[in-house]
Structure formats: structure tokens, C-alpha cells
Design a protein around this ligand. Structure first.
Ligand SMILES: CC(C)(COP(=O)(O)OP(=O)(O)OC[C@H]1O[C@@H](n2cnc3c(N)ncnc32)[C@H](O)[C@@H]1OP(=O)(O)O)[C@@H](O)C(=O)NCCC(=O)NCCS
Length: 181
């Protein structure tokens, strides 16, 4: 397992833990039309061997300000969630979480990353496009809470050349995070 990225302080990335679940649900409630239940995260964190969940915390206080996860299924990293506390959005932290997912997926020898995104979620789509995800399909009425369609997005790792390019994304992002302190 490759280590998660080490962003500039005060930000820190580490595995999501059971003790984080209350904070995760608080962010979920402010981020999605219907929030997941605690039991789903308990299952993901303790019983799903394919799951890689990471927390973004403020290093000095261990306060959770974002989280993300993917499932490693054969050679595909399927990103299941990314969310940032609304008070911390627009500071490149969603990007940090996505980059960290892709970084860890490269460490798992993934050949591609996939995800679903709500058709109306233009902010998230812009983020994924920035990391070269492309639209490859849609699932009609995929989201049971609102009946909204999902768009399927994929990026191919191209025998590792995409993974090498992630290092340039990392350098640019970290210098931006350093400059913003
Ligand atoms: C999607 C989400 C994770 C983005 O996090 P964020 O920290 O606000 O975004 P960042 O500051 O890292 O921005 C990264 C990129 O996202 C896109 N983006 C962010 N905010 C945007 C906005 N208001 N409008 C358009 N694009 C935006 C841009 O491409 C941006 O890159 P740029 O600054 O070079 O233009 C955050 O909005 C969120 O938690 N939303 C609710 C949960 C959710 O929808 N998750 C995705 C489920 S598929």
C-alpha cells in the first residue's frame, strides 16, 4: 500500500476510522440529498476488504473537514464518494482528496478509475474533468432519493503514464495550498 499524500500543514490525510463516522455523517447531511447511515460506513470500514477510505483532517486538532473513498475491483478503482465540509470548499481540498484517491489507486496498480456523478452536479464534474475523466455513459434514474440520472466518468491510467503525470498535479496543488496559508 502506497502512503497517502502528505499535503502542507495544517492539512493531513489518513485512513478514515470508525471514530470519524459521526463527523462524516454531519458532512454528508450538508452535501447530499440523502445522507448515508452509520451502518454503511461501519460496514465499509470494518468488513469491506476492497474499500479504501481516507480522511482529510486539520493536523493540529484532528478535525475532519473532508473524506473520500474508492473500491479496488480487479484493475478498476471505483471512486464511491468525495465530500468536503461546506465551510472548507473552494480551497482546492476536494481536488486534494481526488488526487489522493488516484494516487492510492496507482499504488494498487489500477488500470483505470471510474465514478458516477449526478447529472446536475456541475461542480464535481468540473473537478473530474480537470483530472481528465471522460463521460462514458449514463444510468437513468440511478439515484433513488431524487430519481436523478448518473453520468459515468472514467480515466484510463495508460500503463502508468497517467500516474506519472499525477506528480505534476501534486506539485502544482501543494504549491497552491502552501501559498494560500
Ligand atoms: C465536489 C466537491 C468535493 C469539490 O470540493 P471543493 O474543495 O469545493 O473543490 P476545489 O476547491 O478542490 O476545486 C477543484 C476543482 O473543482 C471545480 N470546482 C470547484 N468549485 C467549483 C464551482 N463553484 N464551480 C465550478 N467548478 C468548481 C473546479 O474544476 C476546481 O478547479 P479550479 O479551481 O482549478 O477551477 C465539493 O463541492 C463537495 O463536497 N460537494 C458535495 C459532495 C459532492 O457533490 N461530491 C461529489 C459526488 S460525485
Amino acid at each position: 500500500m502506497v502512503d497517502p499524500l502528505s499535503p502542507p500543514l495544517p492539512y493531513q490525510l489518513r485512513p478514515l476510522q470508525l471514530a470519524d463516522i459521526d463527523a462524516v455523517l454531519a458532512i454528508e447531511a450538508q452535501s447530499f440529498p440523502s445522507a448515508a447511515r452509520a451502518s454503511l460506513y461501519r460496514h465499509e470500514l470494518s468488513e469491506n476488504p476492497l474499500a479504501f477510505y481516507q480522511a482529510l483532517v486539520l493536523g493540529d486538532t484532528n478535525t475532519l473537514i473532508g473524506y473520500a473513498g474508492f473500491w479496488m475491483m480487479a484493475d478498476e478503482a471505483h471512486i464511491s464518494i468525495i465530500a468536503v465540509d461546506p465551510a472548507w470548499r473552494g480551497k482546492r481540498l476536494g481536488e486534494l482528496l481526488l488526487l489522493n484517491m488516484l494516487w492510492l489507486a496507482c499504488g494498487q496498480q489500477a488500470l483505470l478509475a471510474t465514478l458516477e456523478v449526478r447529472r446536475s452536479n456541475k461542480v464535481a464534474q468540473k473537478l473530474y474533468e480537470k483530472y481528465q475523466f471522460e463521460y462514458v455513459g449514463e444510468r437513468r434514474r440511478y439515484y433513488r432519493d431524487t430519481g436523478e440520472d448518473a453520468l459515468l466518468m472514467t480515466v484510463l491510467f495508460d500503463s502508468g503514464s497517467y500516474c506519472q503525470r499525477l506528480d505534476q498535479y501534486r506539485i502544482d496543488l501543494f504549491s497552491c495550498l502552501l501559498g494560500a496559508r
